[in-house]
Design a protein around this ligand. Structure first.
Ligand SMILES: NC(=O)CC[C@H](N)C(=O)O
Length: 254
C-alpha cells in the first residue's frame, strides 16, 4: 500500500480545521491501494516528506515573515514551482500562491507564487464585513449540488489573470533565476468558481473570481475548512491521488 503524505503549513492560521476536514474527507475515499497521512509543516524536513500541501487561511503577511525566518520560503517555491506537487491555498494561502498581490501592507510582502494571477487582498473589507454566500462550483461535478456555503473572511479575490508574457516578467524567483518546472509552462489559469457580488457597497465588478487552478496549484478565496462540508477536500484529495498515480506511471515508464 502506498502512503501519501499531505502537509498543512502550520506557521499560523486555520491548521487544525483543515486537518480535521482532511481526515473526514480521506475516510470517504479510502482505497486498499493508498492511505493518507496528514502532518503539520513547520520545517524544511517536514515539507520534504510531503506529496502535497495546504496553505491555510490566516494572515499572509505574518505567514510570509515566519516562513522567511524559518528558511521555508524558497523550499516552498521549489515545492510549488519546480517539483510541481499539488498545493491548495485557502484565503491567505491563495494570497501566498499568487505571483502578485495588491492592497499589500506598505513595503509589500513576500509571496510563494505559482499561480499566474494578481490577487486583491481584503476585497470585501475588514473582519466585521465577513459573510457567508452560496457558491455554484461546477468543478465538483456530480457533487456540485447543493451550492457550497462559502465563508469569506477578509477574503482576497483574483483581480487579474496574467497573460503568459506578463507572468514571465513578474515571477516570484525560485533560487537564482530558475523558472517553473516543465509541466506547468503551458498550462493556463482556469477559473473554477465565481461569486456573484450583488452588494453595491463593495463596488467593482459583479462577478468575483474566488476559485482558480493552474496545473498543480489550486486556490480558493473562501474557507471550506470552516464548514463541515467535505466536498472540496474530497475533490482535492482525488486530484492529489491522480497526480501521485500519474507520477508513478511516469516513473515506471522511464
Ligand atoms: N481569512 C484570511 O485568510 C484572511 C487573509 C488576509 N486578508 C491576508 O491577506 O492574508
Amino acid at each position: 500500500m502506498t502512503t501519501i503524505t499531505i502537509g498543512v503549513l502550520a506557521l499560523q492560521g486555520g491548521v487544525a480545521e483543515h486537518l480535521s476536514l482532511l481526515r473526514k474527507a480521506a475516510a470517504t475515499i479510502a482505497t486498499s491501494e493508498f492511505q493518507f497521512t496528514f502532518i503539520e509543516v513547520r520545517t524544511t524536513d517536514q515539507l520534504a516528506q510531503c506529496d502535497a500541501l495546504i496553505i491555510p487561511g490566516g494572515e499572509s503577511t505574518t505567514m510570509a515573515i515566519v516562513a522567511r525566518r524559518l528558511g521555508l520560503l524558497d523550499p516552498l517555491r521549489q515545492f510549488v514551482k519546480i517539483d510541481c506537487k499539488p498545493v491548495w491555498g485557502t484565503c491567505a494561502g491563495l494570497v501566498m500562491l499568487a505571483e502578485e498581490a495588491s492592497a499589500t501592507k506598505q513595503g509589500g510582502q513576500e509571496l510563494v507564487g505559482g499561480l499566474d494571477v494578481r490577487v486583491l487582498r481584503n476585497r470585501y473589507g475588514t473582519q466585521i464585513q465577513s459573510f457567508v454566500a452560496d457558491l455554484k462550483l461546477p468543478f465538483l461535478g456530480g457533487d456540485a449540488e447543493p451550492p457550497f456555503r462559502g465563508v469569506f473572511i477578509r477574503a482576497p479575490v483574483v483581480e487579474e489573470i496574467m497573460t503568459s508574457s506578463s507572468a514571465r516578467t513578474s515571477k516570484q524567483a525560485v533560487g537564482e533565476g530558475q523558472v517553473d518546472g516543465e509541466g506547468k509552462k503551458s498550462t493556463p489559469v482556469e477559473v473554477l468558481g465565481v461569486f456573484q457580488n450583488t452588494e453595491a457597497s463593495t463596488g467593482g465588478a459583479d462577478e468575483d473570481i474566488v476559485a482558480v487552478r493552474q496545473h498543480n496549484v489550486f486556490g480558493t478565496s473562501f474557507h471550506p475548512e470552516l464548514t463541515d462540508d467535505v466536498r472540496i477536500h474530497v475533490w482535492w484529495l482525488k486530484q492529489v491521488l491522480d497526480a501521485v498515480r500519474h507520477k508513478n506511471l511516469v516513473v515506471r515508464a522511464v
